[in-house]
Each structure stands twice: as structure tokens, then as C-alpha cells.
Design a protein around this ligand. Structure first.
Ligand SMILES: Nc1ncnc2c1ncn2[C@@H]1O[C@H](COP(=O)(O)OP(=O)(O)OP(=O)(O)O)[C@@H](O)[C@H]1O
Length: 767
């Protein structure tokens, strides 16, 4: 043991020395940079008297610039090294494995940390990066024979010992020997910490099944179905860091993209990669993407607005239509309907808009259609559209020629400002005069007329080039109202609802992707080939259709898709099988399931899982804590006091993130108004990008993926939570809690809570 303390002290001193050296080197490079900048022009001989001299001058400028660039590059590398050393100085390693390879007499100790550290001569690893192939043994194996994949191939060895370390501010504080993959005690320690407003890294306690997912590179699709709190997001983030490390020569952070459920979540996870020493990847929300594509034309509904409607209008006729609308348009079947429609369009049915100029039609839509369908039918729709656009541009050019002598051009010519006139005159002056007329003034007038007509036709040309003469709205409507769908249950009502919404300029959330799909199939999709890895978190909240669309959008990318069906916001989105069908060929996918839940204490998770139809599918992690409480009150007034007391007692426990969760945003507002009289509370809405520690109130759907020390469900009554869908919302709410959970109910608690055995919680009834 003494050896370990001595080694820790040696590593600490070694890092300190390295830091000092690096600091000096960096200062040197900065000095160099400064000097090069100051003397840049002194070292360049400026001479442009002939071609040879000019070339020499340019070459000497280039040399100086390269010199500067080289210094800047080394300063960037050094700064990165400084950052790594800073992190290592705090906690240089967290684990050690003793491996004895075949033929070796003695085992080698392998120390594992956040980054690699080489010895003085750069020949030996003092610390191995947690992502190195050999480090995998630390996460996966128990004492005994092991193997791991090294660049040179599979290596067989004997794992003789395994140790874990705890460092604080660079000092070794504790160590544990373990025979298990990663001892429960260290994990318990990590999980007992308080929740924070940004996500933490888990590298020192990655579990075996998590490691499998982090390092899996077999197929194009990695799909992780994991129960609440099983580490799906953590795995996605550590996997991104792993991929960036393993493929550092070919991959950089800009080639990775993360689709998050909302901005709050994006912000919550944004600290993980930098903490692991990597640059952050691009973050995107589907809402953001859809808005970018359709926002100019429509008022695009987002997922939360759709949900808010679905959660608040359950008893209405419109709700039923909407439900069917979501069901239909989320399924892979809807893509088949659209594909059938696209096949029909080969022969007939593509609709266009009239090309109009100054109030009159230049090319009629029927003529465009005739031209389009006169083109050879073996040409794809996209190419026929291109050819039609080329034809239209020629027609526009002809029309533009005619318009030059029209009255409006004449009028505009007369109104032309001085500057335009001068420009035109200079242009004509500078040219050789036309030998037919020799009339300078006439030529100037002609040129001005040409300019005016050309400028007026520009917007139309742009419209043609972007294929906006295609009447996509009318085509989507035509598709929806097509007779062939009449027999499909509920399709006609859904079609009428959609046509009405589009007519009002509103794009329902469930329609946005199918509409774009149709549009892209006709116009050609603008794919992003630069992205190599797409990460989709909370994947259960994407429809099969949406996932299929994302797959098309990033044709070169591999996908990491993580989610939990028990936390679906819209159950209409379909089953796991449907989701897979939307993703592509199952043989292209690796499917991993996480059953163990780490976030919440055992009492909280044992209680929460009872809300699910199959509770046994969730394995709580064995961490002690208080039992959840259900408080039933007769009215909204009596319930306030115990709520405030619960929050105050959580604060007394020292908990810093306390969330009040509601079913809808509307209810969150009310809860905020009611409780603000007693406590300082932050209301978190969809527009929030971050939240502070303290007490926050927000709808359950915004709290997805996030966790809090203590959670209070504002009204868990049966009136609020009685549908199958709401059962899963309630489950999501309860599983946000790490240490404490209380549910308050005005009137009878949700039927799903009533089904839970009373031994799993504390009950309080207030009159
Ligand atoms: N191996 C681990 N070591 C330490 N902490 C872990 C580990 N795995 C998960 N955790 C912790 O468990 C909590 C839940 O993790 P995470 O948010 O990644 O789970 P999730 O499956 O995405 O949850 P949800 O589906 O509920 O959003 C986090 O606090 C995370 O740090």
C-alpha cells in the first residue's frame, strides 16, 4: 500500500514538473509568435518590378505566414496538453488492473485515467486513457482469464488484480481492491452525490453492459433500450468521447451531431465532452430543424405544443382526430402510402403553380404540367423537374426580352435615380458603340431597360431555380384526399383536419416530416454527408417516420439511438418493432438492453417501477433512501402546507435541486403562482436553455432526461393521470428523483398509484 501512496506522490510531482515545463515552452512559443507578428514585414523583401521578383516576394510572405501558422498550431497543441495535465493533476487515475500476458513471468500494472500520460522518455505509459483497448478489461472483466482487442489483434491474458482509487485535489485518499467488474461501493458513492444542473461524467464507474454499448462499432445502428436512469445519456456521451479518441485521425467533433429533446437538455449534457477533454459536438433539436425548413412558410407546431394539446383536450372530438392523425403519420405505413403516391406521380398528378409576373400569368400551371409529362417517363421525377425548370428559365428569358419595351419599364426608366443612370452611361461609354445605330443615347436607354427588366425577373428566376413553382401544398392535400385512402380507418377525417390546418398556415407537428419527405423526394433532399455519427437521445419520442427521415438526411452517418419505451410522450408513436422497421434493416443494427437503473434510490425505483405494466423489467440499484410519500388532500388549499413542508425538509437535508413537476405547462404556471407565495421558485418553460439550482417548476415532458435531488409531483390525482399514456408520464416524473420523492393528489390518487402495494410508500390523508 505504501507503494501506491509513493507512486501517487511521484505522479503528482511528475505532472507538476511537466506543467511547469510546458508553461515555459508555451511562453516561448508566444514570444516567438509575437516576434514573428512584429517583424513580419521586416523579413519580407517587397519587390514587384518584374514577374520573378513578384514571385519571390509572394514566396517570402508565404514563408513568414507558414512560420506563424506553425507556431500557432504548436501553441494550440500545448494548450490542449495543459488542459489535460490540469485534469490529471486533480485525479490522475481511478483504476488499476494487473495483467499477466501469456509467456510473461510477472504481471504488469496498468493504471487507468481520464487521459494518457507517458514517462519522461515517452516510451512507457504511466497512465492509460480509459478509452484505450486495454482499459476495456477494467470495465468488463473479473479476476481470471481475459482477452481484449488491441490494434495488433486479440490479446489473451490473466487478470490478477484490480484496484480503484479516490483522489482529492491530486492527493490519493483511498483505494479498494475488487474482484468484480466495478465494485458497487464506488458506484454507490458516486450515485449518493447530489444532482447538479449539468451532467457528470461516469468514466470511473462505467458498468460492463454500458461499456459494451460505448465501444460497440459493429453495425450502422446501435440501439439502446434502457430503463429510466440506466445511463443511456451517459453512455451516449462517453461513447462520443470514445469514438473521438479511437478515430482521432479521421474524426472531429464537428462530424458528430446530437439530437436532443429540447434546449434545456442540450445545455444539461453540454458539459460532459469538455470535461472528458473533447470538444463538444453539434447539438440539434428536431424542432429547430423543422423550423429552419418550414418556418418561413408555416407556423410550425412543435412536439410540446402538440403534447400540450393532447394532454389538455382529452374529451373533445378534435382530440380523437388528432390522436388518429398522430398514429397514422408516425408509422412506417404512412411512408408506404407516400411512396405509392410518388409512384403514381410518375404518370400523372404533379401539380404546379402559375408563373405570374406583374399580375398576369406568364406560364400557366397546366402548360408546365403538360411540359413535365411530355418528358420521357423513364426520367426520374427529380430530373424531369430540373428539365422543366430549365425550360421555364428560357421562357422567362423570352418574356423578359418582351417586357423591355413595355410601359412599366419605360416608366421605371424615367424614374431611375442619378446613380443608376450614371452607371449605365459609363457602361455604354466604355463599350464599343454598336455599329448599326451609332446612337449613344438609344443604346443607353436600351441597356437601362434591359437592366430594369432583368432585375424585375430575378425573384421569378429564383423561384424557378428553387423549384418553388411546384405546388407542394396542393400535392400534399391531393395525397391526403386521394380516394385510395378512403378505406383506411379515420383517414378521411384526418385528411380534412390537416387540409384545414395547412389552409390556415399551420403545420401540425405530425405532418412536418411527411410533408418534407414528399417535398424532398420531388426536389431532391439536401443531405449532410459530412456527419459521421448521429446520436439520438430520448428516441422513443421520435416517430418511426421521423427516424427514417433522419437516416435519409445523414446518409454517411452511423446512428446511436438511445431511449426507453416506458417514457414515451406519445404512445401513438408505435412499438419497438415499428421503430426498428423505420430505422432500416435489423441486420444493420445492434440492439442492447439496459435493465439496471442507477439514478434513484432503491425505495424510489422499487415504487416507480410498479407504475409499469411489467415492473420486473426494471432492476433498482441497491442504494438506501427514504420511501416515497403519497399525500392525498381534499382540496387545493389543504395540499399547499404539506407541499411547502416537503420542500423545506428537502432543503434541510441539503438538497439543492428540487423540482415540482406538473402534467402540463399550463399547470406549471398555476403551481408557480400558488407556491411562489411561500417559496422562491423558478418557472421553467420551453424557451429556457438552463435552470438554476434551487426550486424549479416545470412540466414532466420538459424534465425528460434530467434529474433532481428531490421531486414533488404537483397533482398526481386520478383525474390528471388515468390514461395509459399518462401512466408513462407519471413514471417519467417519479424517475427524475435521485434521493426523495413525494406525490400530492387533490382527490383520489391516480389509479396507477392505487394499484401499488402500500408497503412501497408512506401514505398521508388530509381532510
Ligand atoms: N456507471 C455509472 N456510474 C456512475 N453513475 C452512473 C452510471 N450510470 C448511470 N449513472 C448515473 O445515473 C443517472 C442516470 O443516468 P442517465 O441520465 O445517463 O440515464 P438515462 O438512462 O439516460 O435516464 P433517463 O432515461 O431517465 O433519462 C445519472 O446521474 C448518471 O450519472
Amino acid at each position: 500500500m505504501q507503494y501506491e501512496y509513493e507512486r501517487a506522490a511521484f505522479i503528482h510531482a511528475f505532472i507538476r514538473t511537466k506543467q511547469t515545463l510546458l508553461k515555459q515552452q508555451l511562453e516561448g512559443v508566444h514570444e516567438d509568435e509575437k516576434e514573428i507578428k512584429e517583424t513580419f514585414w521586416d523579413n519580407v523583401t517587397m519587390n514587384f518590378s518584374n514577374t520573378e521578383d513578384a514571385e519571390e516576394t509572394i514566396s517570402s510572405i508565404r514563408q513568414q505566414a507558414e512560420l506563424l501558422h506553425e507556431r500557432e498550431r504548436s501553441s494550440d497543441v500545448m494548450k490542449k496538453q495543459m488542459k489535460t495535465l490540469r485534469r490529471l493533476a486533480n485525479a490522475p487515475y481511478f483504476g488499476r488492473i494487473d495483467l499477466k500476458e501469456e509467456g510473461q513471468k510477472q504481471e504488469d500494472p496498468i493504471y487507468i485515467g481520464l487521459a494518457s500520460l507517458m514517462n519522461e522518455s515517452e516510451e512507457e505509459f504511466l497512465i492509460y486513457d480509459w478509452r484505450a483497448p486495454i482499459s476495456s478489461v477494467y470495465y468488463d472483466a473479473e479476476i481470471g482469464p481475459v482477452s481484449y482487442n488491441a490494434p495488433a489483434g486479440k490479446i489473451e491474458a490473466d487478470l490478477v488484480g484490480k484496484r480503484q482509487y479516490v483522489f482529492r485535489r491530486g492527493q490519493l485518499k483511498a483505494m479498494f481492491d475488487t474482484s468484480l467488474a466495478i465494485g458497487d461501493e464506488r458506484l454507490k458513492d458516486a450515485l449518493s452525490d447530489q444532482a447538479s444542473t449539468s451532467m457528470k461524467t461516469i468514466v470511473s464507474t462505467i458498468q460492463k453492459e454500458q461499456n459494451k454499448a460505448i465501444r460497440n462499432e459493429k453495425n450502422r445502428f446501435l440501439i439502446v433500450q434502457g430503463v429510466a436512469g440506466s445511463g443511456k445519456t451517459s453512455v451516449a456521451m462517453q461513447r462520443a468521447a470514445y469514438l473521438l479518441f479511437r478515430h482521432r485521425e479521421q474524426l472531429d467533433a464537428q462530424q458528430l451531431i446530437l439530437f436532443s429533446p429540447n434546449e434545456l437538455f442540450s445545455n444539461y449534457v453540454s458539459t460532459v465532452l469538455p470535461e472528458l477533454g473533447e470538444e463538444n459536438m453539434t447539438q440539434q433539436t428536431l424542432k429547430g430543424y423543422l423550423y429552419k425548413r418550414l418556418g418561413k412558410k408555416f407556423e410550425v407546431e412543435n412536439h410540446f405544443e402538440q403534447l400540450e394539446f393532447m394532454l389538455s383536450n382529452e374529451t373533445t372530438e378534435r382530440y380523437r382526430t388528432r390522436k388518429r392523425s398522430i398514429e397514422l403519420k408516425s408509422s412506417p405505413l404512412f411512408k408506404h402510402y407516400l411512396d405509392d403516391y410518388l409512384a403514381e406521380l410518375e404518370i400523372d398528378g404533379v401539380l404546379f403553380k402559375d408563373l405570374r409576373f406583374k399580375g398576369s400569368t406568364i406560364v400557366k400551371k397546366t402548360d408546365i404540367q403538360t411540359y413535365f409529362y411530355c418528358l420521357d417517363h423513364s426520367i426520374t421525377l427529380q430530373n424531369r423537374l430540373k428539365l422543366t425548370a430549365e425550360w421555364l428559365l428560357k421562357e422567362l428569358a423570352k418574356q423578359e426580352g418582351k417586357e423591355r419595351s413595355s410601359d412599366w419599364v419605360e416608366q421605371e426608366r424615367e424614374l431611375a435615380d442619378k446613380e443608376t443612370l450614371m452607371q449605365t452611361y459609363h457602361q455604354v461609354d466604355g463599350k464599343q458603340l454598336n455599329s448599326d445605330t451609332f446612337d449613344l443615347e438609344e443604346q443607353q436607354e436600351k441597356l437601362l431597360a434591359k437592366r430594369i427588366a432583368k432585375a424585375a425577373f430575378k425573384p421569378l428566376q429564383r423561384l424557378v431555380r428553387s423549384f418553388s413553382f411546384l405546388d407542394s401544398d396542393a400535392m400534399y392535400e391531393q395525397f391526403l384526399l386521394s380516394d385510395r385512402h378512403k378505406k383506411i380507418d379515420g383517414f378521411s377525417e384526418v385528411a380534412l383536419f390537416t387540409v384545414h390546418e395547412l389552409g390556415e398556415g399551420r403545420m401540425p407537428y405530425e405532418d412536418a416530416t411527411p410533408y418534407l419527405y414528399l417535398l424532398d423526394q420531388l426536389k431532391g433532399l439536401q443531405v449532410d454527408r459530412s456527419i459521421k455519427h448521429v446520436f439520438i437521445d430520448e428516441a422513443q419520442d421520435y416517430s418511426s417516420f421521423q427516424l427514417m427521415y433522419l437516416q435519409m438526411l445523414y446518409p454517411r452517418a452511423r446512428f446511436t439511438i438511445v431511449g426507453d419505451y416506458s417514457q414515451s410522450l406519445n404512445h401513438q408513436f408505435g412499438t419497438a418493432a415499428e421503430l426498428l422497421a423505420g430505422i432500416g434493416l435489423p441486420k444493420e443494427s445492434t440492439y442492447i438492453e439496459f435493465k439496471k437503473s442507477y439514478r434513484s434510490t432503491k425505495p424510489i425505483m422499487s415504487f416507480s417501477r410498479e407504475l409499469l405494466p411489467e415492473p420486473k423489467k426494471v432492476e433498482p440499484f441497491d442504494r438506501d433512501g427514504k420511501q416515497p410519500t403519497i399525500v392525498q388532500a381534499a382540496n387545493q388549499v389543504t395540499v399547499i402546507k404539506p407541499m411547502v413542508e416537503f420542500i423545506e425538509s428537502s432543503q434541510d437535508e441539503g438538497y439543492q435541486t428540487i423540482a415540482i413537476l406538473t402534467k402540463t405547462a399550463e399547470e406549471a404556471k398555476k403551481a408557480h403562482a400558488t407556491l411562489s407565495e411561500w417559496l422562491t421558485i423558478q418557472l421553467v418553460t420551453e424557451d429556457h436553455h438552463e435552470y438554476d439550482t434551487g426550486i424549479v417548476v416545470l412540466p414532466i415532458y420538459l424534465a425528460k432526461g434530467i434529474e433532481f435531488d428531490s421531486v414533488l409531483v404537483f397533482n398526481a390525482s386520478d383525474q390528471q393521470f388515468h390514461t395509459e399514456q399518462e401512466r408513462f408520464h407519471l413514471y417519467t416524473a417519479c424517475t427524475r428523483a435521485m434521493h426523495e420523492l413525494a406525490l400530492f393528489s387533490v382527490g383520489a390518487p391516480s389509479r396507477f398509484l392505487q394499484e401499488i402495494d402500500e408497503s412501497a410508500y408512506k401514505k398521508q390523508t388530509l381532510s
